[in-house]
Design a protein. Structure first.
Length: 217
């Protein structure tokens, strides 16, 4: 009799364990099925080889015309340091729109920096200088890449220079600036707000190398 009771007890325990195991399996199954059916997480597409995340790439290529906006000596300085870095350009600080043919140049570099002495030596005032630059921009804006460069540092800032800077910035497709001349963020803020690429150089000595690195042909 005792053996029969023990056998029944073992049988009941085995049945109980089977029921518990079945219940646990039934609870886990939906979760596993849901995980299997869930769509895989999307991963961000990486740019294909040769592509860049930058938008609105700017082509700076030869031949290049450099002119001044403000008649400071900075345009000749820019041309000299560019030449030392292997970039040959035509620098004409007083060139008029009528002297330029559309298609003659691929890039126009406007080196901004006002100089009362330079304007006086040229026999013009600030308004006449700005009118000259405006006429060049109007004639060439659809056929060239316009680079605005400011390399004179803080010494070439102030009311006279800033007038020329603010007048040409809306036409800039690329900016090259010596860091000291951007202490108030005039150039860098404008570039950020208008999605214009900019190279901020630590000093004048580095401008030529930076500019040479931008030339595509």
């Amino acid at each position: 009799m005792k053996k029969l009771l023990a056998l029944l007890l073992c049988l009941l325990m085995a049945m109980s364990m089977s029921v518990v195991a079945f219940a646990e399996t039934a609870e886990e199954a939906p979760a596993e099925e849901a995980a299997a059916e869930a769509p895989a997480e999307e991963t961000a597409e990486e740019p294909a080889a040769g592509e860049t995340a930058e938008e609105g790439a700017v082509t700076i290529s030869l031949p290049i015309l450099m002119t001044s906006a403000g008649q400071s000596a900075d345009v000749q300085m820019f041309n000299a340091i560019a030449s030392r870095s292997g970039v040959e350009a035509t620098a004409r600080e007083l060139v008029e729109a009528d002297d330029i043919e559309v298609g003659e140049y691929n890039t126009l570099v406007i080196v901004v920096g006002g100089s009362s002495k330079g304007l006086g030596a040229a026999g013009i005032d600030a308004e006449q200088e700005q009118a000259r630059v405006d006429a060049i921009i109007e004639k060439l804006k659809d056929s060239v890449t316009i680079v605005v460069a400011h390399i004179g540092g803080q010494a070439r800032r102030g009311e006279l220079s800033d007038g020329f800077i603010n007048a040409v910035l809306p036409y800039a497709q690329y900016l090259i600036v010596v860091e000291e001349g951007d202490s108030d963020g005039l150039f860098s803020n404008y570039a950020a707000e208008n999605n214009i690429p900019i190279s901020i150089c630590p000093d004048i000595a580095s401008v030529g190398e930076v500019f040479a690195g931008l030339i595509s042909g």
